[in-house]
Design a protein around this ligand. Structure first.
Ligand code: 1CP
Length: 342
């Protein structure tokens, strides 16, 4: 049995107190993050600077004593490594050159050609293995193919993933070839993170919820299952967290279909429902609404205790249902941890 709490929960152990970490725990709500980001120049320079990326990964560990650290990087580094231009517009978010037809696809690099661009990320992982406290687990991550494809097709974040859905129905060959390229690159990317020292990996499928009918199986479940199977073949025993955000009732049975030890649950479903219908499949992670980190107060404590109680009869990793937002109050994170560890 592993001795780090996060790895024990992922291995299926029901613990008296769930391990806790937060999505986007390194981020703009922390003054020390804003200072390091200013030192790096911009967000992407921070991602590709192993010393500073390791530093911002460690900041929330130092301040809050979380049970896990998540590599500081971004899901959009893979599109950039595949050859797309990527930049961030202040106050608006990411922009990318797009893939909208066979010619764009032909210009992309192969899945094995991503490592020179991504080498600084692997170096960040190596540094973290040396500097993290012994009891803190290191999580590597990547975007799931559908979510990454939505950005590569639209060239930006979209409320309804409209451009990706449109390409899927008008040029299925290009869409499928793009999904295939991302899937293979993701296997290589995560595998390299594990070789550098990541102890488990998380697949972020932030836009899985917009896949309807058979598309959910074809473009969310199947690619995730393929990535997990390939990773486990190369790294036996590697624990995986899957986050098909917005899966709603389709969370039921997903542990087995994806082959992941842990299902990260967003706050669109109730903890009671998930404890009854999803947790029998394995470890669950979640699922406090991120707004509590802004509003705090008695509701934060009550809701946190209710989630801990709901999931207390099986393996659970405490987290938010989505990333902590820039307007969150760090003091509320202290209150949250106190409510969880009580
Ligand atoms: O200005 C800043 O400093 C940038 C804000 C920021 C941060 C802190 C971005 C831009 N990315 C990140 C880091 C990040 N992104 C991590 C690091 C580790 C941690 O959690 O502490 C992780 C895991 C991600 C993952 C990520 N990036 C996702 C999946 C999770 C999710 O939130 O749904 C997505 C969709 C992205 C794309 C992205 N990167 C950044 C932004 C603002 C966005 C969303 C763009 C959009 O859809 O509009």
């Amino acid at each position: 049995m592993p001795n780090k709490l996060l790895l024990r929960a992922l291995a299926g152990e029901t613990l008296p107190t769930p391990p806790i970490w937060l999505m986007r725990q390194a981020g703009r709500y922390l003054p020390e993050y804003r200072a390091t980001r200013a030192q790096a120049g911009d967000f992407l320079s921070l991602c590709y600077n192993p010393e500073l990326a390791a530093e911002v990964t460690l900041q929330p560990i130092r301040r809050f004593g979380f049970d896990a650290a998540i590599l500081f990087a971004d899901i959009l580094l893979v599109p950039q490594a595949l050859g797309l231009d990527l930049w961030f517009v202040t106050g608006e978010g990411p922009r990318l050159s797009t893939v909208t037809g066979p010619d764009d696809l032909a210009r992309l690099r192969g899945p094995d050609d991503i490592h020179d661009r991504l080498a600084p990320v692997y170096e960040t992982v190596r540094r973290l293995t040396e500097s993290l406290p012994r009891e803190v687990a290191l999580i590597g991550f990547a975007g799931a193919p559908w979510t990454v494809a939505t950005y590569m097709i639209a060239g930006r974040g979209t409320p309804d993933q409209g451009p990706a859905h449109a390409l899927k129905s008008t040029d299925r060959a290009t869409f499928d070839a793009l999904m295939e390229r991302i899937t293979l690159a993701t296997i290589e990317y995560l595998s390299a993170q594990v070789e550098a020292g990541a102890e488990c990996v998380k697949l972020f499928d932030s836009w899985a919820g917009s896949l309807e009918g058979d598309d959910f199986e074809t473009y969310a479940v199947a690619p995730a299952a393929r990535i997990v199977a390939a990773l486990k073949a190369r790294h036996p025993g590697l624990p995986v967290i899957a986050f098909p955000r917005g899966a709603d009732s389709r969370y039921v049975g997903l542990h087995e279909r994806i082959g992941a030890e842990c299902m990260a649950i967003d706050n669109g479903v109730s903890a009671r429902w998930a404890a009854e219908h999803v947790q029998p499949g394995g470890c669950v992670q979640g699922n406090l609404a991120p707004t509590h980190m802004v509003t705090g107060g008695a509701a934060l404590v009550e809701e946190t205790r209710a989630i801990v109680e709901a999931f207390s009869r099986g393996p659970h990793v405490f987290n938010l249902g989505h990333g902590i937002t820039p307007d969150a109050d760090p003091d509320n994170v202290h209150r949250l941890i106190e409510a969880v560890r009580g």
